[in-house]
Write a protein that binds this ligand. Structure first.
Ligand SMILES: [Zn+2]
Length: 135
């Protein structure tokens, strides 16, 4: 964590900014918390430390995109966490499709499906946030 604070500009320069930086930080915090009980997270913590050192040393951050993605997948699948806005993205798309299928793919069915999807997505995103299920 301190490494990120110290080298914030380095990470920003390497393209890890805004929501990505947030996800990056949160993934580190989550992995730190789970490593006590989870061997995989213990290994991932070492990977992250290595990754951070390499980025600070000047390696390109996109070299680590896949590796980092694997770590977030582990958090999602093994520890039942979701990324911020996950349900919103999921429900707004499927809501639109379902709305279209039921009410017709026109100016009525699609927006109604979309709105219902947004409402459900917001509900589930809030629910998972309140249950501390967001990475
Ligand atoms: Zn784990």
């Amino acid at each position: 964590m301190d490494l990120i604070k110290q080298h914030n500009s380095q990470f920003i320069k390497k393209g890890i900014v805004g929501p990505d930086l947030e996800l990056f930080k949160n993934t580190i915090i989550r992995t730190n918390n789970f490593q006590i009980e989870c061997k995989e997270c213990e290994r991932n913590k070492q990977k992250i430390e290595e990754m951070m050192k390499n980025i600070i040393d000047g390696h390109e951050s996109y070299d680590y995109v896949d590796e980092f993605e694997e770590i977030t997948i582990h958090l999602r699948e093994e520890h039942n966490l979701v990324e911020k806005g996950y349900y919103m993205a999921k429900f707004s798309t499927s809501g639109t499709l379902i709305g279209g299928a039921i009410l017709g793919f026109d100016h009525i069915g699609l927006p109604i499906g979309f709105i219902v999807g947004i409402i459900l997505g917001t509900f589930w995103d809030r629910k998972s946030k309140s249950q501390r299920k967001v990475i």
